[in-house]
Design a protein around this ligand. Structure first.
Ligand code: ZN
Length: 213
């Protein structure tokens, strides 16, 4: 697919590394200078890691981590760090994710929830979609009485490019089952995750994330 841009170097044979070498040239750089010689290889590895969520096996990851219990109080895992890439600009967005559910006979090992967040974050994403995917997957795998996911993210495509508010911060939420139907349950969750940062009241999306300009 990619034609060799600088055949003289002869060190890049993978299509992605050829593309990145070509990108460096398009940006006005000299890909043969010392600091950039290994950049296509590094970027290749970094991008494959940052998008490794596409290959993740969710059922395999959850295998052996679902337990039957007689417990129906809210389970919350808050302040889960996430790092993702905006699909409009291929720039990072990152922040914290808070996940809660109310079991209906089954719970999931607590350490699996951050793993699930990673699987959906390590893709080209929209924060709104990532939030929904985390919630929908927990609903599908656990069939709980309710699921709530709130993500708070800083988008470099907004703050670095200066097209919108410099310190803008996007908050997205997905409320399913009891968290959607019962205001008291929802408030209890929002109270438990409340910190200095903004959290949504009852609207499902406080501010849209990056536009596609
Ligand atoms: Zn963006």
């Amino acid at each position: 697919m990619a034609t060799p841009v600088m055949p003289a170097t002869g060190i890049y044979n993978q299509p992605m590394q050829d593309l990145i070498q070509r990108l460096l040239i398009e940006l006005g750089e000299d890909p043969t200078r010392e600091g950039l010689v290994k950049t296509p290889n590094r970027v290749d590895k970094a991008l494959r890691f940052l998008t490794s969520g596409y290959q993740a096996d969710i059922d395999g990851m959850l295998n052996g981590a679902l337990f039957s219990v007689d417990y129906s109080e809210m389970v919350i895992v808050r302040d889960i760090d996430f790092y993702s890439m905006c699909e409009h600009h291929l720039l990072p967005f990152f922040g914290k994710c808070h996940v809660a559910y109310i079991p209906n006979g089954k719970v999931i090992g607590l350490s699996k929830i951050p793993r699930l967040v990673d699987i959906f974050a390590r893709r080209l994403q929209l924060q709104e979609r990532m939030t929904n995917q985390i919630a929908e997957t927990i609903r599908e795998k656990l069939n709980p009485l309710g699921v709530a996911v709130v993500c708070e993210g800083t988008h470099l495509c907004m703050s670095m490019r200066g097209v919108e508010k410099q310190n803008s911060f996007a908050v997205t939420s997905a409320m399913l089952g009891a968290f959607r139907d019962n205001a008291r349950t929802r408030s209890e969750f929002l109270e438990l995750i409340r910190r200095s940062g903004p959290v949504p009241n009852q609207s499902s999306v406080v501010r849209m994330t990056c536009n596609d300009e």
